[in-house]
Design a protein around this ligand. Structure first.
Ligand code: ACM
Length: 496
């Protein structure tokens, strides 16, 4: 029987069978997340075996695919010049991250214009190969948004490099491409900066709840960047100023207005700290910190925070944020800021990150009027630290509880009136870690919402429905068990 999926103009998916048997046994959609832009079922696929060879003009991508299939299935594939699984740079029309994937009885072929496109296609192939019998299929795919991010707060609770790498692996499997590291906050400073030694000897030694904290050396940070780059994830570092700075102020009291160091802070309140406006040390600090981050970060963007400042007048706030944004520009990078930064003068090509549905749209509109594009991070949808329901063992509830359908079932283009896809750079989930102590905690809050939000960011809106997603999501749990990933067994999904 030949089974073909066709997309109708209304975005419905219709099963077309060419043999008249009337008994299409195929599930509605292949269990792929994020679902590709276009999927056509073909008659026959092949069964992948240990010893199968991956052939590619991009050997690093081939090696990643071999490692991914091993993690998913236990099969040991190899790389070499003649294999049944071929990755070629022969689809110039596919765009920066797009790809074509064809699976037939002779094997699989992934075509793209870039190594990144091949890598994205390889993630789709991994999902198809999960149970070894790879179905015949033709996929043509590219992302809805260029920015598909996840923020990890390593300030409230520090995460060692190995944990960040595991998080990158989990992101990359779902075609996410931006790791936003929230490196500094009231409870800890996590990156070494030349000339400011106490940031690490003092500022890094605390975390929420009184644990030991920690920080990344330049070598640690470079290793995270390298590992992420290998998986086509770029790192966007955030130093949050002018608020959320108690750890820096405790470490270097010359940054306070009265020169007195505040007590280190290990609670979970916000809004009480700020750099001192008008002090030359403030400008020197911002220049030194952003210069170092620019030097360590190959990506285009540095995030300057800007959220939740209660201790400064609007004029003082703008003065410090503009010092920070000018330092970003002076070091050849572009600015990302939380929505509040929309009240300041932004450099060209800035990105503004929407997070708070209550009051945020006005700040975002001010930024957009200056030419900024928007990253959508509505707390009630994509803040992974919100509990799923009242029984979730960790997490917060200030933006509500967020079950899997809440995380999935929204359209970024209808969130803020007048801001459609032409002004939206992408979607980013955020995992704040006030209540998140271990890597298991990270995983429990991220799964299954991370794949859900990855699909919001990747898949055309016309291809998305929660019911179809729920059916595709359920079988992925088998792989999460193999990866030993903790996940929330949402009652809204029929898990295996
Ligand atoms: C934020 O949640 N304060 C950006």
């Amino acid at each position: 029987m030949r089974v073909v999926w066709r997309r109708l103009s209304l975005g419905l998916v219709m099963l077309v069978t060419s043999c008249g048997s009337g008994t299409p046994a195929q599930p509605e959609q292949l269990a792929l997340v994020p679902y590709p832009a276009s999927v056509t079922r073909l008659e026959q696929g092949f069964t992948i075996e240990s010893g199968d060879t991956v052939t590619s003009a991009e050997p690093a991508v081939a090696a990643q695919l071999v490692a991914g299939i091993s993690a998913d299935t236990g099969l040991e594939l190899t790389t070499g010049p003649t294999g049944r699984i071929r990755l070629d740079l022969d689809a110039p029309q596919a765009g920066a991250e797009g790809y074509e994937l064809t699976v037939g009885p002779g094997g699989a072929h992934i075509s793209a214009a870039t190594a990144e496109g091949l890598f994205r296609g390889a993630q789709t192939f991994r999902q198809l190969a999960r149970e070894r019998a790879v179905p015949g299929v033709r996929v043509s795919d590219r992302p809805r948004y260029a920015w598909r991010g996840a923020m990890l707060d390593v300030a409230r609770h520090f995460r060692p490099v190995a944990d960040v790498k595991r998080f990158v692996d989990l992101m990359a499997a779902y075609k996410l491409n931006v790791l936003h590291l929230h490196l500094t906050d009231d409870q800890g400073w996590r990156i070494a900066v030349p000339g400011w030694p106490n940031l690490t000897t003092v500022g890094a030694s605390t975390e929420v709840g009184g644990g030991p904290g920690g920080f990344y050396t330049a070598a640690d940070y470079r290793e995270i960047v390298r590992y992420a780059q290998e998986r086509f994830v770029r790192v966007v570092p955030e130093v949050d100023v002018p608020g959320h700075t108690n750890a820096a102020l405790a470490a270097h009291p010359e940054l306070t207005c009265d020169g007195v160091a505040p007590e280190p802070y290990t609670g979970i309140k916000v809004g009480f700290s700020a750099l001192c406006p008008g002090k030359p040390e403030t400008a020197r600090f911002l220049n030194d910190v952003l210069k170092e981050l620019a030097a360590l970060t190959p990506g285009h963007h540095l995030h300057i925070g800007g959220d939740e400042v209660e201790k400064l007048s609007p004029r003082e706030y703008a003065q410090i944020v503009e010092l920070a944004t000018q330092a970003v520009t002076a070091n050849g990078k572009e600015v990302v800021g939380w929505q509040e930064a929309g009240a300041t003068v932004l450099p060209p090509n800035s990105l503004i990150q929407y997070w708070q549905t209550n009051g945020g749209p006005e700040d975002v509109k001010r930024a957009v009027a200056q030419g900024a594009k928007v990253i959508m991070s509505p707390a009630s949808r994509v803040y992974l630290d919100m509990k799923y329901d009242d029984s979730t063992r960790i997490g917060q509830t200030w933006a509500g509880t967020t079950e899997i359908d809440d995380a999935y079932d929204w359209d970024p283009a209808t969130l803020i009136e007048g801001i459609g896809d032409d002004r939206i750079e992408g979607v980013e989930m955020a995992l704040w870690t006030e209540t998140v102590v271990t890597m298991n905690d990270v995983e429990l809050l991220a799964f299954p919402r991370l794949p859900a939000i990855a699909e919001v960011a990747w898949t055309p809106q016309s291809q998305r429905s929660f019911d179809a997603f729920a059916t595709r999501l359920a079988p992925l749990a088998t792989v999460w068990d193999r990866w030993e990933v903790d996940y929330h067994r949402s009652p809204r999904i029929a898990w295996p």
